[in-house]
Structures are given as structure tokens and as C-alpha cells.
Design a protein around this ligand. Structure first.
Ligand SMILES: NC(=O)c1ccc[n+]([C@@H]2O[C@H](COP(=O)([O-])OP(=O)(O)OC[C@H]3O[C@@H](n4cnc5c(N)ncnc54)[C@H](O)[C@@H]3O)[C@@H](O)[C@H]2O)c1
Length: 345
């Protein structure tokens, strides 16, 4: 299959690109290369004859038309987005333009392209979204695909809007879509402004490890390579118009996750142990959702998918990867906003 992956220079998109090429798919990576992008994320496959890169912006409809006409993909996997909640608090405009207007442009470009191809039923537009659209849970319960939307940050509101657009393009124009909403990802190639790499790198450098609020916020942690595997499965086997929640079956409080990373660091860098002495509680993020949890029943029963690693195993691999790949993360620390406290409103 020839797949157009948007956002393939980002964290999850690059995992999809690497896995899809390894499985023999042709991949066109469309990315505008924002601050969050890094083409080194796809170095393992970038010399493959199956791989092509197009620098293009979702906000530029003509560019999207050109890429589709040039490459004639069988499917689109749409991951490009502004993705950092803290940045959405400081500057929501980019989130509206890329996540909402950009998705609208891509849907319209895809619809025109699909119609021009004779509306093949086999075409797929796979929209990748987040569990944050469902809002915040109390101590009990899990998000199912039928949980009402209740987004509470500019980021999650922009993703919710994009989900609604994708469903509307299916109902109104018959565009063959599938959707997925996943929980928090972690793993190799994660941009060093997100919790897991921040903890690893601050522990490594002996700097304070910031934990928002009381550290009691619960997330369901999904290893990025498991996520990429689930996304390709949904693309190939998912039912048209249907959405699938993807979780790691690994709920953890932020503070417990941070302590687990510190314990791995203690083993791998014993000279600086104990690393948890660096934990520093800082002012909470405004509107910080308390708990997310995914009910994975649909993807498990209908598509037979389950995550392959526990959060302990995945975190161990991730810590080892960061310790072995300083050449990857070191240059990223100089990018705008990295290492600063963002999103205090
Ligand atoms: N990271 C997570 O834990 C998580 C969880 C749930 C859902 N998601 C969703 O998964 C997708 C990928 O997330 P990620 O963590 O890999 O994000 P990321 O920030 O690492 O990567 C996003 C990529 O999109 C590109 N991009 C941004 N704006 C663009 C534009 N206007 N035109 C073209 N390209 C543009 C960036 O250059 C970057 O390469 C997003 O849609 C996000 O909402 C992520």
C-alpha cells in the first residue's frame, strides 16, 4: 500500500513511517518541519526506495493538492498537529490553524483527490486523535468510543473539532474514514519538552525534575511502537466510519511514573543515585485534567490488538535509548521554549 503520513517527522508519525516501511509499504512523509520535527527520526528508513519526503504545510491547500497528485496514495494517515498542551495555553492560534483549519484543508484535498480517482472504496483517511477530547475522569471509569466529548484545553478542543470534521466528511461526502483516539505515548524519539524525556534528561544532568501539582494526575501510558502497530492495523482492518480507542493498559500517576524512571536511572547511572531526590513539585497546569483511562475493549475484541509491553518494560527501553542517543537529543535542547516552564496562563 502507498501511505501518505502527515507529521512523519514528529514523534508518533516517525514511528509509523519506520514501521510501515519495514513492513514493505511505500510511504510519503508530509511535514512542514515545525519546532517539534526532526528528520533524523526517520533516518533508519530514509534511504529506502519505499520512502519519500515532502515539506508541505497543512495550511497550504495547493501544496496538499500537489502532493496528492504527485504521489497518488492509497491511504492517508493524518498525524500532523500542534501537540503540546502547555504551548496551546500560551499560544492557541497555531493549534486552531493547524489542527482545525489544517485538517479541513487535508479533508478537502483528500475528497477532491478521492473523487478524481473514481471514489475507490478501498481508499482510507485515518485520523489520529487523542483521549484528551473526552475530558477528565474521576477515580473510576474509562473512556469508551461512545464517551461524550468534553475537551478542556485549547489543544484538546482543537483535536475534538478535527475529529468532528472527519466524521462529518464521512457522513456528508462518504469519504472513507477511520479514527483512533489514543492515550499518552512515550518511547524513543520523543521531543524533550514532554514529561518522560524531561524526567530522563533532568535526572541525567542532576537538574530539578518538575512534577506539576501534587503529581496525582493519572495517564494511561502507551509505548509509541505499540501505538504505530495498532495504527497500521486499524488502517488495514478498521471498519469504515468507526473509531477505536487505543490505550497501553498501563494507568499510572505521574509521580509514580517519575519514580519508576528514577529507579531505572539509579540502576543505569548508580553514581548519581538516588535520582528521586531531584523531584520538585511545581505550580500545576491550569485546567490540568486529573485522570484519563482507555477502555480498550473494541480494538481488543474486534481487531485482536493488545499492547506488547508493560510500562516498566517500555520505560526501561526508553531510558536506555536516551542514554545511548545523546547525539539525537542534544541539539533539540537549544530549540525555542525547550527547558522553560510553559503554559502557566
Ligand atoms: N504524543 C502523544 O502522547 C499523543 C497522544 C494522543 C494523540 N496524539 C496525536 O498524535 C499525533 C502525533 O503526535 P506527536 O506527539 O507525534 O506530535 P509531534 O508534535 O511530535 O509531531 C507533530 C508533527 O506535525 C508536524 N506539523 C505540525 N504542524 C504542521 C503543519 N501545519 N503542516 C504540516 N506538518 C505539521 C510537525 O512538524 C511535527 O513533525 C497528533 O495528531 C497528536 O494530537 C499524540
Amino acid at each position: 500500500m502507498k501511505i501518505l503520513v502527515t507529521g512523519g517527522a514528529g514523534f508518533i508519525g516517525s514511528a509509523v513511517v519506520r514501521l510501515a516501511v519495514r513492513r514493505g509499504h511505500e510511504v510519503v512523509n508530509l511535514d512542514s518541519l515545525t519546532y517539534a520535527a526532526n528528520l533524523e527520526n526517520v533516518t533508519p528508513v530514509s534511504n529506502s526506495p519505499l520512502y519519500a519526503f515532502e515539506q508541505a504545510d497543512l495550511r497550504d491547500r495547493a501544496a496538499l493538492d500537489r502532493v496528492l497528485a504527485t504521489h497518488k496514495p492509497d491511504a492517508i494517515m493524518h498525524l500532523a498537529a500542534e501537540s503540546h498542551v502547555d504551548r496551546s495555553i500560551d499560544g492557541p492560534g497555531d493549534f486552531i490553524e493547524t489542527n482545525i483549519t489544517g485538517t479541513y484543508n487535508l479533508l478537502e484535498a483528500a475528497r477532491a483527490y478521492w473523487a478524481g480517482q473514481g471514489k475507490p472504496e478501498s481508499f482510507r483517511f485515518h485520523h489520529i486523535s487523542t483521549d484528551e477530547v473526552f475530558g477528565s475522569l474521576g477515580d473510576e471509569g474509562q473512556f469508551t468510543e461512545d464517551t461524550p466529548y468534553d475537551p478542556r484545553s485549547p489543544y484538546s478542543a482543537s483535536k475534538a473539532a478535527s475529529d468532528h470534521l472527519v466524521r462529518a466528511w464521512h457522513e456528508t461526502y462518504g469519504l472513507p474514514v477511520v479514527l483512533t483516539n489514543c492515550s499518552n505515548n512515550y518511547g524513543p524519539f520523543h521531543f524533550p519538552e514532554k514529561l518522560v524525556p524531561v524526567v530522563i534528561l533532568n535526572a541525567l544532568h542532576g537538574r530539578p525534575i518538575p512534577v506539576y501539582g501534587d503529581g496525582g494526575n493519572v495517564r494511561d501510558w502507551l509505548f509509541v511502537e505499540d501505538h504505530a502497530d495498532a495504527l497500521l492495523l486499524v488502517l488495514e482492518k478498521g471498519e469504515l466510519g468507526r473509531s477505536y480507542n487505543i490505550g497501553g493498559e498501563n494507568e499510572a500517576k505521574n509521580i509514580d511514573l517519575v519514580r519508576t524512571i528514577c529507579a531505572h536511572m539509579d540502576e543505569l547511572r548508580p553514581q548519581n543515585a538516588p535520582h528521586d531526590k531531584l523531584i520538585t513539585f511545581v505550580t500545576d497546569r491550569p485546567g490540568h485534567d486529573r485522570r484519563y483511562a482507555i477502555d480498550p475493549t473494541r480494538i481488543r475484541t474486534e481487531l485482536g490488538w493488545r499492547p506488547s509491553v508493560t510500562v516498566e518494560e517500555g520505560l526501561r527501553q526508553t531510558v536506555e535509548w536516551y542514554l545511548a542517543n545523546e547525539a539525537w537529543w542534544q541539539p533539540l535542547l537549544a530549540r525555542e521554549g525547550v527547558g522553560q516552564r510553559l503554559g502557566r496562563a
